[in-house]
Write a new protein. Structure first.
Length: 222
């Protein structure tokens, strides 16, 4: 029996490696984008009507700092929130642009300081929630409701949702790895929109609990 030539052996090896690597690429899942987790400190969303009551007729929000989501920003304007027994939270930042409802998002620690009990709600779900008085430089408004602890959530583009196999209003888990503070958060609300970029929002209590500033890994899972 004749011995195959070196050229033939090398060709057979190259073909086998090519087929093996091609199969590996075909069977592998596409890599998921890196998860950005930001702490959403206490803040206020406001209607144009209420903005003008607090800051004067025709007032427009001024940009202090752009946020990760396109078109969203922290405004230069701040207000004072007055709760029961005249407890206050000063310098409450307004986020822009203006919305169709007025809403304030606090952490539980903030609510304890203010002296009120707040529910966990998705943004915009304010029926039956507590309210308060808001003081601005040109006036005051009374909020009959609208103070919540925002449910931790993840903003996703439809492509991100497809990658994770989830849809709008599903829930996920998020594991944050930090030195001595590794935590898995459950009930992470999924919010999907074509305008969104992948970003997780947690409040200051949650951010401190997992030491997010010094985290080494953030992973989302169904």
């Amino acid at each position: 029996m004749s011995v195959p030539s070196r050229v033939l052996v090398e060709q057979l090896v190259r073909d086998a490696l090519k087929a093996s690597l091609s199969g590996a690429y075909l069977n592998s899942k596409p890599s998921r984008p890196q998860v950005l987790c930001n702490v959403s400190a206490r803040h206020m969303h406001i209607t144009q009507e209420n903005l003008e009551k607090l800051f004067g007729p025709g007032h427009q929000l001024e940009v202090h700092k752009a946020l990760h989501q396109d078109g969203q920003f922290a405004a230069k304007e701040t207000v004072t929130l007055v709760g029961p027994r005249r407890r206050i939270i000063p310098n409450l930042r307004i986020l822009g642009p203006c919305r169709d409802i007025t809403q304030i998002e606090l952490a539980y620690t903030d609510a304890i300081q203010l002296g009120i009990d707040i529910p966990v709600r998705a943004s915009g779900d304010i029926e039956g929630t507590p309210g308060g008085y808001i003081m601005g430089p040109k006036g005051m408004i009374e909020m009959p409701n609208g103070i919540i602890r925002a449910a931790r959530h993840v903003h996703m583009h439809p492509n991100d949702a497809a990658s994770y196999g989830v849809k709008h209003k599903d829930y996920m888990k998020m594991r944050v790895v930090s030195n001595g503070c590794t935590i898995t958060f459950e009930d992470m609300l999924v919010r999907v929109d074509k305008s969104f970029k992948l970003e997780v929002h947690i409040d200051t209590d949650e951010g401190n609990a997992c030491d997010i500033e010094h985290s080494t890994s953030v992973e989302l899972a169904k």
